[in-house]
Design a binder for this molecule. Structure first.
Ligand SMILES: *Cc1c(COP(=O)(O)O)cnc(C)c1O
Length: 380
């Protein structure tokens, strides 16, 4: 029996909700299930507004449009992230300015941000890697002093929190992903969280092709028209119906994943003590969503051999990211601010272990045995 890296889980009501959406005869966006998702997201996160979009990428693109990102603007971000973090701003002609990450959380090193600020800096786009929060108090403080926007790429952070506040609800705008590889999923999907009330009305307009159609549907205007730039960012109702079933089970999804996360973490402690690897670090004031379990090996060679060892047992482990600052498009569109030593090292040595709802204690034990020669504890 092979152990895949990721596997979607059906929680039960997905098909019923999709069938209901079909029977409601409203298949385009912003119907019953989209509204239910919006309400649930606002209730759970404390955001002023939540808007479903068709991907985490789309949420980031909307954020770039909302802050009126223009050619030549600089956006501070980590290089150790998915391409969409940078692309959203590059599409507006802005320059991603890459700052190194912390060696413990793999998040942007908040102590290096200030040195990267110039007269052209418009925003800081933080990425909560593995659903573990960036040092948001420090970052929000810097942003206030320099009048910058903070956009949270919380694609991996649905359900996580920082000092009791949900990730995505702390900066001016927050971006979620419901891609199949995340915790709560709908295939392709995402959400934009609007926390700064100044963006509330325009966010609706940009999402609806630059029209005031949302106001029209609420009966606030008697016809709708083209009022601003925009695109089509909303998902259809069948996607929203699937997502609603998953959101309802959000706590359970993260809880189940946490069991396997904890099992890995406990079993690998002696190896960390022996200097064989490093385990993820979760700062005391952060609650994470068990999105990802990774280990940091001592070298690229050790990682390559571990991937091979796991593959021999039919276990799929993967690494990411090629740092954006050294990717062809990163070289062309962005620039670095300072050394990228931690980014480069993490990129060479980080390995993600299989982690999904149905992994189970047995799957977890098999990964631990095959990869590390250690026994996992019984399920607690
Ligand atoms: C998954 C992810 C995205 C993109 O989300 P999609 O829904 O796939 O577009 C963006 N940023 C980060 C950090 C991600 O992990």
């Amino acid at each position: 029996m092979n152990i895949p890296f990721n596997q979607p889980h059906e929680h039960g009501p997905e098909l019923d909700y999709i069938r209901d959406a079909i029977h409601c005869a409203h298949l385009s966006g912003d119907g019953k299930y989209t509204r239910k998702c919006h309400e649930l997201l606002v209730e759970r996160t404390g955001a002023k507004k939540a808007l479903l979009v068709h991907s985490g990428t789309a949420a980031l693109e909307m954020a770039a449009l909302l802050i009126d990102c223009r050619p030549g603007d600089e956006i501070i971000m980590p290089s150790y992230t998915f391409v969409s973090t940078a692309n959203a701003f590059v599409l507006r002609g802005a320059v991603p300015v890459f700052v190194d990450i912390r060696p413990d959380t793999q998040n942007i090193d908040e102590t290096l941000i200030e040195a990267a600020i110039t007269e052209r800096t418009r925003a800081i786009c933080v990425v909560h890697y593995a659903g573990v929060a960036c040092e948001m108090d420090t970052i929000m403080n810097i942003a206030r002093r320099y009048h910058l926007y903070v956009i949270e790429d919380a694609a991996q952070g649905v359900g996580s929190s920082y000092k009791g506040r949900k990730l995505g609800s702390i900066g001016h705008l927050g971006c979620y992903s419901f891609h199949e590889t995340k915790n709560v999923i709908c295939g392709e999907g995402g959400a934009l969280l609007v926390n700064d009330p100044a963006f509330m009305e325009r966010a609706e307009i940009i999402r609806e092709k630059g029209t005031n159609r949302s106001k029209f549907f609420r009966g606030q205007v008697d016809k709708y028209t083209w009022v601003d730039v925009g695109s089509s960012y909303l998902p259809g109702e069948m996607t929203a119906a699937y997502l609603y079933a998953q959101l309802e089970h959000g706590k359970e999804i993260n809880g189940e994943r946490r069991k396997w996360w904890n099992m890995y973490h406990q079993a690998l402690e002696p190896l960390e003590k022996a200097g064989v690897l490093k385990r993820p670090c979760v700062p005391a004031d952060c609650v994470h969503n068990a999105h990802m379990y990774y280990v940091l090996l001592n070298s690229l060679e050790e990682r390559t051999s571990l991937i091979g060892k796991l593959a021999e047992e039919g276990i799929k482990a993967v690494f990411h990211y090629i740092p954006l600052h050294s990717a062809p498009a990163g070289v062309k569109f962005g620039r670095t601010a300072g050394s990228m030593a931690c980014t480069d090292r993490t990129s060479d040595t980080l390995l993600r272990l299989p982690l999904y709802y149905d992994l189970g204690a047995e799957g977890c034990r098999r990964v631990l045995k095959a990869g590390f020669g250690v026994e996992g504890a019984a399920e607690s």
